[in-house]
Design a binder for this molecule. Sequence first.
Ligand code: UDP
Ligand code: MG
Length: 324
Amino acid sequence: MADIIYFVIPCYNEEEALPITAQILYRKMRALQSAGRAASQSRVLFVDDGSKDRTWEKIEELVKTDALFAGVKLSHNRGHQNALLAGLMTARESADVVVSMDADLQDDIDVVDRFLEEYEGGCDIVYGVRSSREKDTFFKRTTAEGFYKFMRAMGVEMVFNHADYRLMSKRALDALADYREVNLFLRGIVPLIGFKSTCVPYERKERVAGESKYPLGKMLAFAFDGITSFSVKPIRLLAWLGLGILLASIVAFLYVLAAHVSGWAVPGWSSVVCSIWFLGGLQLLALGIVGEYIGKIYAETKHRPRFHIEEYLRAQAGRVEIGQ
Ligand code: UDP
Ligand code: MG
């Protein structure tokens, strides 16, 4: 018997892209159903991440037009990762297997066939990996590459060039549900789950409509969160840097002492001022990084919920139901 497949799509201000995306996903799911690869209870589940435009109205319309569509509305904007998690956890209740993707169709939808082949062959997690980023802007491409390299150097094992286009089995989703952290970085957590997994390369396309919802500020915050949620290396680096500076200052002290004893020391304030600024800066930087970790501990100890679902719209037995 065919498996119940859920496509999960987080959406933030995607009213322009949504109708096109919905149509393409509709066709894909129907094709999978007629090929006997997806059960009739399969769904395309959109998660509205507190959009400010008419995204939710669009989702409501879709759910009314066809039972294939379902929608989850978050109570306010929680960010891509939390929205995706909300979708995955909702889908987990009914699905055998879930494919997550962005609302802008940058990820080639036909690759889902290969995802499913791997799944049918026994894989629990299939990562979509971008084989080229030519359609991304130069800036996006270089910052993204730098990010992956930096993350690896920081000891965070991530799948290179994989965003959140991936397939996860019910078993993998159940494992994901056990990770209770508030500072959520799915791309770092999913590889920790283990199970049999593989990568499928694909070409990344341009956005079908609308603009990127990841401006530079959000991208930097995402990278910073990723690093500090997963790695204690920055703190260790600081400790090493501190040790290095300490050793260097012993050498400098010996030099100054020698200069003083031999009587050729010149009274100079510039070096003093320089070192005060340097050390002051270093200390502030160290405090900032330590503070970041303390902030994370603070957030984790509160165990705040990661999202609230305001509405869950889905069609059941021919009518639209509003649940939860
Ligand atoms: N997104 C979201 N909440 C946010 C920001 C983005 O749910 O706060 C969604 C967005 O609608 C899209 C996906 O996350 O489906 C990826 O965003 P985008 O395509 O803008 O990022 P990019 O591809 O430019 O990195
Ligand atoms: Mg995109």
